[in-house]
Design a protein. Sequence first.
Length: 458
Amino acid sequence: MATSRRHFLGLAATTPVAVSGALSLGAGTAHAAGSAYVMSYFTESTSLGDGTDYGLHLAVSTDALNWTPLNQNNPVVTPTEGALGLRDPFVLRKQDGTFVVLATDLKGTDWSYVSQYVHVWNSTDLRTFTGYHRLKLHDMNTHCWAPEAFWDAGRGQYALIYSAVNSSGHNVIMVNHTTDFVTASAPQVFFDPGYDVIDGDMAVGVNGVNYLYFKKNQTLVGARSTSLDPGSFTEFSTPAAHGGTEAPTLVKSLTSNTWYLWGDTYTPNGVFYAWQSTDLASGTWTALDQRTYTQPVNSKHCGITAISTAEYDNLVAAWGTPAWNRLKSYNYPARYVRHSNWVGRIDEYPIDPYKDTLWKLVPGLADASGVSFQSVNYPTRYLRHYDYQLRLDVNDGTSTFAADATFHRTAGLADAAWTSFRSHNYPTRYIRHSDYVLRIDPVSTAAESQDATFRVGY
């Protein structure tokens, strides 16, 4: 059915080990100072070709805004039953401090496939995954989409919520209760306002109130209740959207009283957008500047979970950080440095083939204290300037090429927290974009400084 052609989300949920403060996020989460975050997601490229993978992907962050993909943005585990693929993965920290991973049972975009099951893994550390199985949630002739879970202290059970079409004929949020994610109670309707709703995401016990965010009419909307009882939630918030938006994820900052709301456009290789609020009860959100956040490349339908600093370090040690970088434009933060027809330029994400945007920042070919930009998908080629324009050329081994392809990192000319790149052999010139094409030019004005400033990330 048409409503099942949507991609669905994960929630910010944990119950941590070292507890300071009484905030419950998603699954009754309390955070220790100095904590970090893990994001779960799957990947789709615009063409559904290279860069598309329906396994569990993980990325980490210290601010819930800028993310480092793990395992070179490859999956860390893949389902072996059902459709042999997943969508909409979600990581929950259970009451004992270990994790459970839930996901939609679907590989790709075969919307005719119907599964009453969700994928389940257990993990002590998100480095090893055990006990894989599928959990059946209902007997209806409809799919289980976007499973998430939270701890319901009143029942002494986990509530597992998901999207499905019930007897009313439209999408609702369903719930089953479980103690072990092996067996579950009979399904109940958790939230049905009388119109299509999908992609439920919870923040539990925030000043005595529970918040449910969901997709309504291509926007992200919230409902709230002082109870966790099915049927108790009432819509209250102002919609947040950037085009057609779904997969809401609520995240509480670990260092301030700020909440973030992530949303995902539902085209392949969708774009994430983020909003912020300092008052969850207000139901109003302010769009964040895209300079402040960066999604993992090709990521779709994320879930975000708080982790400790030690867990962050252990995940990085186990899975490794990418061997490549992406460069985001300062004044056009939806655009990234890429090559196209061997010309260096900035184009808007998503970009296909996505590897055109991946660069290895290697020691400068003419001066090891500088950097050279080696293409990931054409590794014999480097960005170099020629007649002041940047292009992707094969390294011919000459000293001229080496000098043309070497640049020196400096503090960002428009923002010292970002980066600018000064030409090695034309030291009064910097890499900047002009009409989206990259060149080296002298920089004197504020506008030129912004053109010459980039964020080196992933």
